[in-house]
Design a protein around this ligand. Structure first.
Ligand code: UD1
Ligand code: UDP
Length: 411
């Protein structure tokens, strides 16, 4: 008998992070009958990803409304996913991350008494309003979950501290690294993309994204003012900011940054365009979960535009810093990396601590073993292990520093 699996996605990061899990389930079609449910929480922002990964949803639930509220969205996802569960009758429903789609789909499965597999389980900031509502969403999902796919040892430990039996947890590595590894080597050009108009000069590129609900309003305004300060001060940088489609983000960003010299606001980028931009960037300023996890693959220093993060591994490795949202803080931290080569190089060393490119295989293998009632869900030596921390840096000679600095951004 085949294991019947529903994989639910609804937003851009879910599509990107589930792409190779769905691929692997379909590759093992002798064992799995798979249905993809697209809630449609994001109607357009993940279209590129669906096309790129050739994902054709089996159920398209079309729940998005302009400027939707959390409650109404939750209600629509709950209703429609429950209906999909009745129609497909899965053995397990896989949800990813901390969105309303993930939370409400887990709840719908639980109400139908269907097992939930939670991918990217166990991330915690320990503050339910930061990020809002994601921290509560992921904790609520944990309560209803049968298999917890923790990306790292730290996320596993968070779950164990909450009383979840270790036999139900598998340390997989984050699947975003699988996707990045699979795609980042494809040839890519900026021609005919929203990046085509950006002058190809000697300016260093500073990549910015920011969309979190807890920073709407004055925090977002501060961030915009800080970006203006930075381009005024550093004539050799360009800020590239692909702006999220949420109207609450767009209104502030457009009002404060449109038509500012060397600040380029673009539409959301297709995944290949985005990854290519990330590779060519000098520095990343972001509040995105996924981008915090991706940047270390290319050794790009990340300044995290948040007060706390549930993904502390990169800062523990010295590859990211949590800098908050004050105008002065953003300017001074970015300034340091734009002017102090040693400080910059300190943050651009090491392996990605979030994953090794095999997360999706581990997840699918564990689901297979769970279905066949095998224990453990995955043998300990097959789980994801953190790479070694970057060595504490000796002071580099001027020649070494100069050579690396010249190479940065041209890789
Ligand atoms: C959502 C997730 C957030 C995730 C982010 C990824 C929740 C509560 N929030 O935030 O965790 O980090 O996605 O990007 O689940 N819109 C469009 N077209 C789109 C997508 C959005 O027009 O393709 C606009 C609509 O007006 C929509 C609004 O953005 O109502 C908000 O979308 P929503 O999914 O509720 O929140 P996000 O801010 O996108
Ligand atoms: N991303 C993209 N185009 C963009 C901005 C981001 O494809 O213009 C990708 C990015 O590479 C990452 C994911 O979208 O994989 C992150 O999505 P987002 O920041 O919207 O959500 P979060 O990760 O914060 O939940």
């Amino acid at each position: 008998m085949k294991c019947r699996v529903i994989a639910v996605l609804g937003t851009r990061p879910e599509a990107i992070k589930l792409a190779l899990v769905i691929d692997e389930l379909r590759r093992r079609s002798d064992e799995f009958e798979t249905a993809v449910v697209h809630t449609g929480q994001h109607r357009t922002m993940l279209d590129h990803a669906l096309k790129l990964f050739k994902i054709k949803p089996d159920f398209d639930l079309d729940v998005m409304r302009p400027n939707q509220t959390l409650s109404s969205l939750t209600g629509r996802v709950l209703d429609t996913v429950e209906n999909a569960c009745h129609r497909f009758e899965p053995n397990i429903v896989l949800v990813q991350g901390d969105t309303t789609t993930a939370f409400a789909s887990a709840l719908a499965a639980y109400y139908c008494k269907i097992a939930v597999g939670h991918i990217e389980a166990g991330l915690r900031s320990w503050d339910i309003y930061n990020p809002f509502p994601e921290e509560a969403n992921r904790r609520l999902v944990s309560v209803m979950t049968e298999i917890h796919f923790a990306p790292t040892a730290l996320s596993r430990d968070n779950l164990i501290a909450e009383g979840i039996p270790s036999a139900k947890i598998v340390v997989t590595g984050n699947t975003v690294v699988d996707t990045l590894r699979a795609l980042s080597k494809l040839p890519h050009s900026w021609e005919n993309t929203p990046l085509a108009d950006i002058p190809q000069d000697n300016c260093r590129l500073v990549l910015v994204t920011s969309h979190r609900r807890e920073s709407w309003g004055s925090d977002k305004e501060n961030m915009c003012l800080a970006l203006k300060d930075l381009v005024r001060k550093h004539k050799d940088i360009r800020v590239i900011y692909p702006v999220h489609m949420n109207p609450n983000v767009r209104s502030t960003v457009n009002a404060l940054l449109q038509d500012t010299e060397r600040i380029h606001l673009t539409e959301p980028l297709g995944y290949l365009d985005f990854v290519s931009l990330l590779q060519r960037s000098f520095l990343v300023l972001t509040d995105s979960g996924g981008i915090q996890e991706e940047a270390p693959t290319f050794r790009k220093p990340v300044l995290v535009l948040r007060k706390v993060t549930e993904r502390p591994e990169a800062s523990q490795f010295g590859m990211a810093r949590i800098i908050g949202m004050s105008r002065e803080g953003i300017v001074s931290e970015a300034d340091r990396l734009l002017t102090d080569t040693e400080a910059y190089l300190d943050m651009s060393e090491g392996e990605n601590p979030y994953g090794d490119g095999h997360g999706s295989e581990r997840i699918v293998e564990a689901v297979s073993r769970w279905f066949r009632k095998k224990t453990p869900l995955l043998e300990a030596d097959k789980e994801f292990k953190l790479p070694p921390r970057p060595q504490l840096r000796r002071r580099k000679t001027d020649v070494e520093v100069g050579a690396r600095a010249a190479a940065v951004g041209k890789e």
